[in-house]
Design a binder for this molecule. Sequence first.
Ligand SMILES: Cc1ncc(COP(=O)(O)O)c(C=O)c1O
Length: 382
Amino acid sequence: MNSLDRFAQDKLTTLEETHLRRSLVDSFREDGVWIERSGKRLLSFSCNDYLNLTHHPRVKAAAAAAIEMHGAGAGASRLVTGNHPLFAQLEARLAKLKETEAACIFGSGYLANAGIVPVIVGEGDLLLIDELSHSCLWAGSQLSRASVQTFRHNDLAHVEELLTQHRSEYRHTLIVTDGVFSMDGDLAPLAELGALARAHDAWLMSDDAHGLGVLAEGRGAVFATGTKAPVDLQMGTLSKALGSYGGYLCASQPVIDLIKTRARTLIYSTGLPPASVAAALAALDIIESDPALTARPLANAQAFTRALNLPLAQSPIVPVVLGDEMRALEAQQILEREGFLVTAIRPPTVPAGTARLRLAFTAAHPEGEVARLASVIRERIL
Ligand SMILES: Cc1ncc(COP(=O)(O)O)c(C=O)c1O
């Protein structure tokens, strides 16, 4: 074995021994909720397809029509020749939904965060990040070369303390957080964070990957309290409730203009395929015309948390924290035998000692199955 292969094998052995090795499983998604895996048909509580739009006939038809009209790929970066006309339509629609002047579409949510943050802050600037923020916000933060300080999860007093102590030492300050936390399902206090940002001449960016389409009639976490929170940079993804693929930023015109000319993950990466943009547009049509649909994932999550006496779900994501990795893997197997697909989530995706089942509720989950899932978890796992 050469030294590279030995290095890889040693790493894999350590991961295996600590139950942290991950592997890919072929998953045939039949529709928005049923999955076939290893010959078994399972009801999935692990897809982020909250409105089941990946398989909606209108969404699929829009994607197919876009391929016919514009081809399978964009052919180049948007800054070169890849800027097919569907981008402008989707950007206008997202900006309207999010009440901003403009928007910019990226190749994915991950690419969006990795590209946006380094344009906004750099050396000599301060970046404050919630400790439970998504991996790609961390990636953007690390790429930015700003001085990064972590604040305790949703702890406004800690944010205020850091701003009071350090704001004056830096040129610019950016606060970043998930709007809906991807592994915990709770919401960030965006209105309060926005007020703190204003008071200290800082800027606020939120990641609405899990809020768009499912909170506030689809408008997302920034609107969850009934009024728009003062968030300067509203980032999100087309890959969850919209059932497509791609990322976006909604912000003021000057900020979007700057992003479009400076974000490296936009400039040096091929534009999204036309089918993905067209699918997202069709999904937005459905979301905007059917508020009852957008409310169903949260209603299902709340029925589940009520059945188990857990804190009332704030979003379609509900964690059942089990602690130990082995326990989480065993719980996944118990549920699989009962016909449910619920993937165990282990560190480093979540902090050590908090391995869990992460349940994602969708509009199409049958009520009876939500109740059966709750009773299996109560009787066989907790
Ligand atoms: C909070 C959050 N932000 C960003 C992303 C990345 O989005 P995408 O899948 O479009 O790359 C995810 C998806 O896993 C997420 O959960």
